[in-house]
Design a protein around this ligand. Structure first.
Ligand code: AMP
Ligand code: TRP
Length: 323
């Protein structure tokens, strides 16, 4: 059975991009693989969050992962900081990664913007992510398109380590969905939908109510034409709506376009599809919020299971390096 690992930062409210790019694959594929899903609170420290907010978001992240359908009986759900091998292996890997390759990471370049005041943790972030993956000998890492380059680095570090110190790590592969791997902001369709608070009207949060979802979709930025056509370069707003509808309905976005002669009808169908898709998630999240003891128990058991696997891999890697 293939091993799967993926992670999510508890750095804000989860949104439709997280769901279509990642969580939905996680929950659909959990039965076919041995899966580990990690709430990466150490990664979230790189943006200097308020401590109380970080703690609360970490627990809320667990609620959401259960609400999207992860079953703790078959998937291991845990918090990164509860398994101390993550930062320990990250250090070993930092001693194999180069400044040059970390400097090439586009996410770092975007976030750092060339400033000398940028946190060192933001620079080494992708190495911690490689450690998350390699500790579990993951074959497959289901993520959205924005993580492609980080996955390439994880592969490169695994290959290099194995070559230098002996076959310790499984070389992981990214699994990126064919449709909606990069859901765009509804107000700024040239930017990806994200957890930052800058575009609340462009972001559909997983816990938004029906009315908010409907409003955000109807007000989504399109263009001054009228033709419904799938063409992400020329028509990013309309194409994003088609991607969302395609992901929600299991149909091809370009094919779907033929069925529409107005943006109005397209938006109405997208709104309805998203409302239907998210409603059960919101209901489950509400139930779980009333039962936080269960959520805490899931995380405790998850950390114990994760630790068993991670500590065995860490011991082998450290020993191979002469530690
Ligand atoms: P993050 O919120 O950055 O921790 O991301 C968690 C997961 O959601 C990762 O697999 C990301 O690739 C994915 N993701 C984040 N934003 C988007 C988006 N706008 N579209 C598709 N996938 C996304
Ligand atoms: N960097 C990922 C993101 O921002 C989160 C992440 C951390 C991750 N560790 C991981 C994803 C390991 C997959 C596997 O989305």
């Amino acid at each position: 059975m293939a091993r799967v690992l993926s992670g999510v930062q508890p750095s804000g409210d989860f949104h439709l991009g997280n769901y279509l790019g990642a969580f939905r694959t996680w929950s659909e594929q959990q039965h076919e693989h041995e899966s580990f899903y990690c709430i990466v609170n150490l990664h979230a420290l790189t943006v200097d969050p308020d401590p109380a907010a970080l703690r609360e978001r970490t627990t809320n992240a667990a609620v959401l992962l259960l609400a999207v359908g992860l079953d703790p009986k078959i998937s291991t759900i845990f918090v990164q900081s509860q398994v101390p091998e993550h930062p320990r292996l990250a250090w070993l890997l930092e001693c194999t990664a180069t400044m040059g390759e970390l400097r090439r990471m586009t996410q770092f370049k975007e976030k750092a913007g060339g400033s000398e005041g940028v946190r060192a943790g933001l620079f080494t972030y992708p190495v911690l992510m490689a450690a998350d993956i390699l500790l579990y000998q993951a074959d497959r890492v289901p993520v959205g398109d924005d993580q492609r380059q980080h996955l390439e680095l994880a592969r490169e570090l695994a290959i290099r380590f194995n070559h230098r110190y002996g076959e310790i790590f499984t070389v992981p592969e990214a699994f990126i969905p064919k449709v909606a791997a990069r859901v765009m902001d509804l107000q700024h369709p040239s930017q990806k939908m994200s957890k930052s608070l800058q575009s609340p009207q462009g972001t559909i949060r997983l816990l938004d109510d029906d009315e908010a979802i409907d409003r955000k979709v109807r007000r989504a930025v399109t263009d001054t034409e009228t033709e419904v056509r799938y063409d992400p370069a020329a028509k990013p707003g309309v194409s994003n709506l088609l991607e969302i509808l395609g992901a929600a309905s299991g149909k091809d976005p370009a094919e779907l376009a033929h069925a529409y002669s107005s943006y109005r009808q397209l938006k109405s169908d997208v709104a309805e599809a998203v409302v239907e898709m998210l409603r059960p998630i919101r209901a489950r999240a509400r139930e779980l919020t009333d039962d936080m003891a269960t959520v805490a128990a899931v995380l405790e058991e998850g950390a114990a299971r994760a630790h068993e696997v991670a500590s065995a891999t860490y011991a082998k890697a450290a020993e191979a390096m002469g530690i």
